[in-house]
Ligand binder design. Structure first.
Ligand SMILES: [Zn+2]
Ligand SMILES: [Zn+2]
Length: 280
């Protein structure tokens, strides 16, 4: 008999927000500022214990963006962070310690997804090899061009990293091949290229049903519903604008084929209001 897929318990954590122009994050958007929170998923697997999907913002992001050229990042997207919103503070309120986090899955290396990494000195760090290879040697302006801040990576990143080759597993509609992270079908990683080199998403089998963490495959849920990509202004730090648009189309195809799956981009204000604010 086929084993049932284990159910992963999932909770979304708010790690703070930046202000972004709506007409930047979606073509044809209004001239108003949006609060784009950076969401992290805290996951508990019955056999594999605690995992994190990304590590979000953390207060060290403010120090790391004080001087040029990294202050450019902060000027482009003003930050609203507080120590209480760091993932490690969320864990503490739940009676968990950083050492209990066994794995952190990194969707991509933009600062708003890795600023909390140093708070988990014992975790295995999982990312696509191509994602790390693209940023590893970048410094200064070359790093800013990829929204990457080298100081946010733990000094022993390489020793703790599992850098995955391109995925070859069972395909998801529209999105293509997956990688079965734990070998039991509970967490399937999938490539979401374009926004950042080697960006990944994750389909999770949770107590709330199937969730697709879409990272920055799109910023707004509306973007994939209406197949409207971000404005060209954002191309400054985007890896491959054509691939980014194709990924949005692929997410749209996936959403049509799998209406049962809730898609969770990391920064969508609509998802934040409904799934985090209202749940609190
Ligand atoms: Zn990003
Ligand atoms: Zn982001």
């Amino acid at each position: 008999m086929k084993q049932a897929t284990p159910v992963v318990h999932c909770e979304l954590l708010d790690t703070g927000y930046c202000l972004a122009w709506e007409h930047h994050v979606i073509q044809g958007g209004a001239h108003r500022r949006l609060q784009c929170h950076s969401l992290v998923a805290l996951l508990h697997h019955p056999q594999h214990g605690w995992l994190l999907w990304d590590s979000g913002y953390a207060p060290r992001m403010l120090e790391a963006t004080q001087a040029l050229p990294f202050s450019l990042y902060r000027r482009a997207t003003p930050l609203f962070l507080s120590p209480q919103l760091a993932v490690c503070a969320h864990l503490q309120r739940r009676g968990l310690t950083p050492a209990m986090i066994r794995r952190v899955i990194i969707s991509h290396f933009h600062a708003d997804h890795i600023a909390g990494l140093r708070d988990f000195p014992q975790a295995e760090l999982i990312a696509l090899h191509s994602a790390y290879a693209d940023v590893a040697a970048r410094r200064g302006l070359q790093a800013v061009r990829r929204a990457f801040i080298p100081a946010l990576l733990p000094a022993d990143f390489q020793e703790r990293a599992t850098l995955l080759p391109a995925f070859m597993g069972v395909a998801l509609p529209g999105l293509g091949a997956t990688h079965d992270l734990l070998g039991d079908g509970s967490l399937l990683l999938v490539a979401l290229p374009g926004h950042a080199r080697g960006q990944i998403g994750m389909l999770a089998h949770t107590q709330r049903g199937e969730l697709l963490f879409a990272a920055d495959g799109c910023w707004l849920t509306r973007s994939l519903r209406e197949q409207r990509p971000p404005s060209r202004v954002t191309h400054f730090f985007v890896d491959d604008a054509q691939a980014m648009r194709t990924t949005i189309e692929h997410l749209h195809t996936f959403a049509q084929a799998r209406p049962d799956v809730m898609i969770i981009p990391s920064h969508c204000p609509e998802i934040f209001a409904r799934e985090v604010e209202q749940q609190a």
